[in-house]
Design a protein around this ligand. Structure first.
Ligand SMILES: [Zn+2]
Length: 114
């Protein structure tokens, strides 16, 4: 049995959060996802698009004290770099820029903090 299917995560407490690379985050509605994909749907290596920016979501199992990363892609692997590079180009094409190590959306560009 996989520890990252929608059915398992629901039975295990149901607390799953999504996070996107630009910093958006929120709780996952597992019931809505089950209605759409079924209980056997596995969150491992799934990268759905973020609702608020051109980035992609990754998932964390928050049923234990330490959130468990459900995304299995190894950081710094060739696959990870290709994925990161592709996402970066997509974000930059949509007007996003990295400032102080964080992604800044195009809607904040005209704001001046002084
Ligand atoms: Zn986002």
């Amino acid at each position: 049995m996989s520890g990252s299917t929608l059915g398992y995560l629901t039975a295990n407490g149901g607390k799953v959060r999504w996070r996107c690379e630009t910093g958006h985050a929120g709780p996952v509605d597992l019931q809505a996802m089950i209605a759409k994909h079924g209980e056997d749907y596995d969150l491992t290596d799934t990268y759905p698009p973020c609702r608020e920016c051109p980035g992609v979501m990754t998932f964390n199992d928050c049923n234990s004290m330490w959130p468990r990363e459900l995304t299995q892609m190894k950081v710094n692997s060739a696959e990870w770099w290709a994925h990161t590079q592709k996402q970066r180009q997509k974000l930059e094409a949509a007007g996003w820029r990295v400032r102080m190590g964080k992604w800044i959306g195009p809607e904040t560009r005209s704001l001046r903090s002084g």
